[in-house]
Design a protein around this ligand. Structure first.
Ligand code: THU
Length: 143
């Protein structure tokens, strides 16, 4: 499931730029408890790129993930349509290994992005539908 996925209309150069932006956003991470810093860069259909980083809290369950801070910032800014998300994360200076989104982030991505939505990691491109098959959605709880 590595790098061979096409990413719609997004060029290789745009992919690289998006991943680079995620790595820049990672520098803003507030992660004094885990030391695991994550950055996310969300390409919106408007062309805007919205950044996110993880924000931890002494009350550990309140920690916010980079992917969700980016998606929530984008929604708050009026964005409603998204083309791709890049994620860059790791402990200390390590950031070569792919940083996969956690289960909660996968569910939020499934809510706001299409099934074919590309997620760019350090080792290639994954699709939202592959990272969370059978995602819960509103029709699942409708009568
Ligand atoms: N983290 C993210 O930002 N995104 C993920 O998808 C996985 C985990 C953050 C949360 C926490 O601040 C740190 O990484 C360690 O779990």
């Amino acid at each position: 499931m590595q790098a061979e996925h096409s990413v719609g209309s997004i060029t290789k150069a745009q992919q690289q730029l998006l991943y680079q932006k995620a790595c820049e956003a990672r520098k803003q991470a507030y992660a004094p408890y885990s030391g695991f810093c994550v950055g996310a860069a969300l390409l919106c259909s408007s062309g805007n790129i919205v950044l996110g980083c993880n924000v931890e809290n002494a009350a550990y369950p309140l920690c916010l993930c980079a992917e969700r801070t980016a998606l929530c910032a984008a929604i708050a800014a009026g964005e409603r349509s998204f083309l791709a998300l890049a994620i860059c994360g790791g402990k200390g200076e390590e950031m070569d290994a792919p940083c996969f989104p956690c289960g909660a982030c996968r569910q939020v991505i499934a809510e706001l992005c299409p099934p074919e939505f590309p997620i760019l990691l350090s080792n290639g491109v994954y699709l939202a539908k592959d990272l969370l098959p059978y995602a819960f959605s509103l029709p699942d709880c409708a009568e």
